[in-house]
Design a protein around this ligand. Structure first.
Ligand code: 9MG
Length: 272
């Protein structure tokens, strides 16, 4: 994939490290402290093997409220500028707002990760003009209400059909097919049973587009094991390995080091 002036090969598993820059992701401190903390965290994820850093300024957790464009810009742009200046890593912008996509790309982002699959008006032309890779994720509903009562006939078929139709809309709008990644959106309008079924049948999403899986610390782990957020590392790595075995090429994770160790072992067995 061509990510602005950087490139990523998908011949090996790509790990994307999560960098949340929402106020609740910092313990305390003002803007400088936040920026400094973000940079250090990104640096440590890159050193641990992350090839992409996904910067997000709006929480997409179930029940979360939306933020304004100005708030989101204020959070992500200085961080992207600093990462672009100080690190040699692909920066992804996690947003659904076209204005934020545009500003993030101008600041140095080389990829768009959109949980809304570029459905917002104006998003596709921005992605097409920028020529950066786009990750199109499936979500049923919107973050505030998505976990209320998700209902599917066949969850895998519905997710696949949705992602195929979003990819087709992007291509029709000028996005290069080779720059499209798809993601089933674990936990986004899905109960635990839906998530398990999607993971078990991940290969049915097809081979036309590389698949990203985001299972890290998700609430399904909390529900199945009764573990709080900070004790979900082992289960997250296990789920990431199942995703890999079932065809995922990119993994979006919080705990980069443990995931990269597991990926290397997997690849030593199957690819080296
Ligand atoms: C932003 N975000 C939160 N969870 C995610 C997931 O599972 N996939 C992608 N692509 N983005 C996510």
């Amino acid at each position: 994939m061509i990510c602005g002036n950087r490139r990523i090969s998908l011949s090996r598993t790509v790990v994307m490290g999560i960098l949340n820059v929402t106020p609740d992701s910092f313990s305390d401190g003002g803007r400088f402290r936040d920026l400094d903390a973000s940079l250090r965290h990104a640096e440590s994820m890159q050193a641990a093997g992350a090839e992409i850093i996904d910067v997000g300024g709006e929480s997409t957790r179930p029940g979360s409220e939306s933020v304004t464009i100005a708030q989101e810009l204020d959070r992500v742009v200085p961080v992207i500028e600093a990462l672009n200046r100080d690190l040699d890593v692909v920066i992804s912008i996690d947003t659904s707002k076209p204005a934020v996509m545009r500003a993030a790309i101008d600041a140095g982002a080389g990829m768009i990760n959109d949980v809304n699959a570029l459905r917002s008006e104006g998003a596709i032309p921005i992605a097409a003009a920028a020529g950066v890779p786009v990750c199109l994720m499936h979500m049923l509903g919107e973050p505030r209400t998505m976990q209320n009562s998700p209902v599917y006939g066949d969850v895998v078929e519905e997710v696949r059909d949705y992602l195929e139709s979003r990819a087709a809309a992007c291509i029709a709008g000028g996005v290069d097919k080779r720059q499209i990644v798809i993601d089933p959106g674990f936990g986004f309008g899905k109960h635990v049973g839906h998530n398990l079924e999607l993971l078990r049948r991940l290969k049915e999403l097809g081979t036309e587009y590389p698949v990203m899986a985001g299972l890290s610390r998700k609430s399904m782990i909390g529900k199945l094991l009764g573990l709080p957020m900070d004790r979900r590392v082992h289960a997250s790595v296990a789920l990431a390995m199942i995703a890999l075995a079932n065809g995922a090429r990119l993994l979006r994770v919080h705990d980069v080091g443990p995931t990269v160790d597991a990926v290397r072992m997997y690849e030593a067995v199957y690819f080296d």
